[in-house]
Design a protein around this ligand. Structure first.
Ligand SMILES: [Zn+2]
Length: 332
């Protein structure tokens, strides 16, 4: 501090003793530096990509790859479901201004189907359900799922309508996404390629650790039957060998009928279901009331990390929370 004050005083003395020509020269010098900074900014600062991502856990993976370079924008608001969300003007604006857009695909974010045809992001559009190496499962049929279901039986006819779009709930898919995004960004923004690759490597290591943690966490509850509110956890179930036996609603767009509810109650009785997992983004008072006296525990899952802060670690936390909730409920 003392040093700084001394320096300022000395500089003032020097300043008052310089001639007019020197002052003019100093002024021009400052202007030149400003002009150079402006030039530097138009060529470099504006090269920071504006990346828009639809759902929070995927946003987290992208944020992790772009850490230190850019922060992606999140399109879907908290507590909204990608199945039922109606596009708002502010979301459309973010989408139109983005250099790069990342979404899961037409089977998940229905609100994207219309704008996606009209926008042309300069760096590109990434549809995760179509990237190489991503593993896709077919949408399961019916309220109660059969054991030994053949995962590839419906794959050819119309993949667009038949795939289960909740593909981010597998750490293996998350790794494929991270690698793909890092390579894609490295080609489009080569100046930061090294940083993208470094970030991706660290993210992959973290995801490997996450898978290990979840595997040992859920090992003891693998055989316990449970029901979910909507069929959104097939990827998680497959990766950790869990025993989800059915879903309460077949289509999150449609309300549950009394008849369907009695089918669910029947399933709980005959299959000795201990846990029913409801979800943060769906209101289901009717379901909860009707299960009140059935001896099942109703616990809440948050597959989009809506309750958690957005950012690079949101993905890991979202999956850990799902794991913890399942473990706690199923080990009762
Ligand atoms: Zn869903």
């Amino acid at each position: 501090m003392v040093g700084l004050i001394t320096f300022t005083v000395v500089m003032d003395m020097v300043d008052s003793s310089i001639t007019l020509t020197e002052r003019l020269w100093n002024h021009m010098h400052k202007r030149l530096i400003q002009a150079l900074l402006l030039f530097f900014c138009t060529t470099t600062c504006f090269a920071i990509p504006r990346v828009a991502v639809t759902i929070k856990p995927v946003h987290a993976l992208v944020a992790s790859v772009g850490e230190g370079i850019f922060e992606p924008e999140l399109l879907l608001p908290d507590y909204a479901s990608p199945h039922t969300y109606q596009l708002k003007p502010s979301t459309l604006k973010t989408l139109q201004q983005a250099d790069m857009v990342i979404w899961v695909g037409p089977a998940l974010e229905l609100f994207m189907n219309k704008p996606i045809a009209q926008i042309h992001p300069s760096m590109g559009l990434i549809t995760l359900s179509q990237i190489p190496g991503i593993s896709l499962l077919p949408q399961r049929k019916g309220r109660a799922w059969q054991e030994g279901h053949d995962h590839h039986e419906h794959h050819s006819a119309n993949e667009k309508d038949l795939i289960d779009p909740h593909l981010w709930l597998s750490t293996d898919n998350a790794k494929v996404i991270v690698n793909y995004i890092a390579t894609f960004l490295s080609t489009k923004d080569p100046e930061h390629a090294l940083q993208y690759q470094h970030n991706a490597k660290q993210t992959i290591e973290r995801l490997d650790g996450l898978k290990k943690t979840l595997r040992s966490m859920l090992q003891d509850v693998q055989t316990q039957p449970f029901l979910v509110y909507h069929d959104g956890y097939q990827y998680f179930q497959e990766e950790f060998h869990l025993n989800g036996i059915g879903t309460i609603v077949l289509n999150p767009h449609l309300p549950l009928s009394a008849h369907s509810l009695s089918t669910v109650q029947q399933l709980i009785k005959t299959q000795h279901v201990k846990c029913v997992f409801r979800e943060t983004e769906f209101s289901d008072t009717m379901v909860r009331n009707s299960l009140n006296n059935m001896g099942v525990t109703v616990a809440e899952l948050d597959p989009l990390g809506a309750r958690l802060k957005s950012g690079p670690d949101n993905y890991d936390k979202t999956l850990l929370e799902i794991g913890k909730t399942m473990k706690e409920c199923l080990s009762k």
